[in-house]
Design a protein around this ligand. Structure first.
Ligand code: PEP
Ligand code: MN
Length: 343
């Protein structure tokens, strides 16, 4: 349920509605907009008698939200959300790029990568310190030492950090090192982790699970929003299908329905989506054309020696070529690559 306030409703009137919702045993979510405030309601809204609310001063209308994900739905929040970091923002007209290695391997390679990316105007560096690997014998990440290196890269270059959190016990340390906290595909439905990151103040990059539907992805986003963290970015990273020509099937067809159903930005990961570096540039361009709100791409100074995911990782020269081609496409599509933060 959504309570839409009149354009000139006073703060007192908004507070009165909020108190009434609390008295009914439900949770109010104030959603201030450019012209009017709306108040989302979650809880057992089926039992609400509309007369309890629509007679209150300043209330314009009540809208029943039909989708099971309430705060993530466009019904509740018709305008596109903008997710901001200190370096850039994700939202209408913008196309920020997150780039960097699969894993943080050592200080030298991470700093080299950060300096290269900053020289190309890239606002955000990716790199896993805690790595979810299929095999327990594969490189598991540098863990806390990896976070230290990420912090150093940010201090040295000003680039923002995107890094994964795998466990609720790591959230404080990861959030301190990160500008965006990543929830990996394998943890998309780790509900206790989602509840824990909903309490942190950093934006959350939520990757689609390997076999998750769009509705399941939006329900997972709902966990983060419902806990009070409004800064959620969705990410399509490929799903499991019968196809054996690529690591996953990058489902770019999820972008238009995601944008129809939700106000949250959605970015694309063509690296995990394809598994092969030669397939990354065409799918990155396709993502821009399909309406994605940004990219996350694996880049490494020497991908053939990378400790994880080298086969899908671009070297600096290949990344430069991709960037050139995206620049040419962005303007006619009305998008700005790597914008400065919106005010
Ligand atoms: C990653 O981006 O580092 C990663 C592990 O991706 P995913 O969770 O999509 O497999
Ligand atoms: Mn990877």
């Amino acid at each position: 349920m959504l309570v839409v306030m009149q354009r000139l409703a006073s703060d007192d009137q908004v507070q009165q509605v909020i108190r009434k919702i609390q008295e009914l045993g439900l949770t109010p979510h104030p959603l201030p907009g450019p012209t009017r405030t709306a108040i989302g309601i979650t809880g057992n809204t089926g039992a609400i008698d509309p007369a309890n609310l629509d007679g209150l001063p300043g209330v314009m209308e009540l809208i029943r939200v039909t989708k099971p994900y309430k705060l993530a739905s466009r019904e509740m929040h018709p305008d596109d959300s903008i997710v901001r970091t200190a370096q850039t923002s994700f939202g209408p007209g913008a196309f920020p790029i997150i780039a960097g290695p699969c894993s943080v391997e050592n200080e030298e390679m991470l700093l080299r990568t950060a300096e290269f990316l900053v020289s190309r105007g890239i606002p955000l560096l990716r790199g896993g310190a805690f790595k979810p690997r299929t095999s327990p014998y594969s490189f598991q990440g540098l863990e806390h030492e990896g976070l230290r290196i990420l912090r150093k890269a940010r201090e040295a270059t000003g680039i923002g950090i995107v890094t994964e959190v795998m466990d609720a016990s790591q959230v404080d340390d990861v959030a301190e090192a990160a500008d965006i906290v990543q929830i990996g595909a394998r943890n998309m439905q780790n509900f206790s982790l989602l509840k824990r990151v909903s309490l942190c103040r950093k934006p959350v990059l939520l990757k689609r699970g390997l076999s998750a539907t769009l509705e399941e992805l939006l329900m997972s986003a709902e966990y983060v929003l419902a806990g009070g963290n409004r800064q959620v970015i969705l990410c399509e990273r490929g799903v499991r299908t019968f196809a054996d020509h690529s690591r996953n099937t990058l489902d770019l067809s999820v972008i238009p329905p995601a944008k129809e159903l939700s106000h949250l930005p959605i970015i694309v990961d063509p690296s995990h989506g394809t598994g092969r570096r030669g397939f990354v540039p065409p799918m990155a361009r396709a993502a821009l054309a399909a309406g994605a709100d940004g990219l996350i791409v694996e880049v490494h100074p020497d991908p053939d020696r990378a400790m994880s995911d080298g086969a899908q990782t671009l070297n600096f020269q290949q990344f430069d070529q991709l960037l050139d081609s995206l620049r040419q496409l962005a303007a006619p599509l009305g998008r700005q690559l790597n914008p400065r933060p919106a005010t």
